[in-house]
Unconditional design. Structure first.
Length: 279
């Protein structure tokens, strides 16, 4: 009888121990499930929620609960991302081979579309940017690519932004960083620039000579019309020629001695003809 009571008491203790262990296990599993259902999304992120495969919406930032097993979450970063376009060999409209390097700035505006409308929106945006850059530069001439880069950047940004808008992506800027030209083209452009500089220098020199000749002609007319003007100019020339140490010998010849040969009469006739012409 005593052994039977001992067996009953031992069985009751084992039952209580098993129940306690089961409760502990259930609590542990419940804590794990509750911990996995609590989600924290940062200020620059959003959590896109799916319930049994259907889109519920975007949540965040902050703390919220996701129903385990029934709901899943995809995090989307809303910060501006940068994609560096590797150098691309492109043939311009005037058949010049160039290597173009660019950078694209974009961000996610609609996280729901970025998840549901396209697979891997980063890769899709990069491929759209590559294709657009090759197409736009292929339609531009080399001079336009070098001198009107801002215009091409705006055109690239507009085209890529329109293509990625259905995915909830906003392309804020596209910048062409570098344009590499073949060595032969660089030498040809250098020769063209040098020829252009020589052309401008010759034009400036010719214009200066033309203006100087006009001034010399005016001075000659003044010296011819004024009595004694040529004599004063002759003395000034002699002075300038003999200022430095030189072996030049100058023998002055009075202009008045030419009056015997009719110089005064001829000058008067010329002066009179000039006056009649002015009238």
């Amino acid at each position: 009888m005593i052994y039977v009571l001992t067996d009953i008491i031992g069985a009751g203790g084992n039952t209580r121990k098993m129940s306690f262990d089961l409760i502990i296990g259930i609590v542990f599993v419940a804590v794990i499930i509750l911990a996995s259902s609590i989600k924290v999304v940062k200020e620059y992120e959003r959590g896109v929620i799916f319930r049994l495969g259907r889109l519920v919406g975007a949540r965040g930032p902050g703390l919220f609960i996701v129903i385990p097993i029934f709901e899943s979450m995809v995090k989307i970063d809303l910060r501006v991302s940068v994609f560096d376009v590797t150098p691309q060999e492109v043939i311009t409209k005037d058949n010049v081979t160039t290597r173009v390097n660019a950078v694209v700035y974009y961000r996610v505006l609609d996280p729901e579309k970025a998840v549901t409308e396209v697979e891997q929106y980063q890769y899709a945006t990069a491929q759209i940017a590559l294709t657009t850059i090759r197409g736009v530069i292929g339609q531009a001439e080399l001079d336009e690519l070098l001198s009107e880069r801002d215009k091409i950047n705006q055109r690239l940004q507009h085209i890529i932004d329109e293509a990625t808008d259905p995915w909830g992506i906003k392309v804020s800027a596209v910048e062409i960083k570098d344009v590499e030209l073949p060595k032969e083209m660089q030498r040809a452009m250098a020769a063209q620039a040098e020829a252009e500089r020589n052309k401008r220098a010759r034009i400036i020199t010719a214009d200066a000579e033309f203006q100087a000749s006009k001034k010399v002609a005016e001075a000659a007319r003044v010296l011819e019309s004024e009595k004694g003007g040529m004599f004063i100019r002759t003395l000034q020339t002699i002075k300038e020629a003999t200022e430095e140490k030189a072996t030049t010998v100058v023998i002055p010849f009075p202009i008045e001695m030419l009056e015997a040969f009719g110089y005064r009469v001829e000058r008067g006739t010329k002066t009179k003809e000039a006056a009649e012409t002015k009238e």
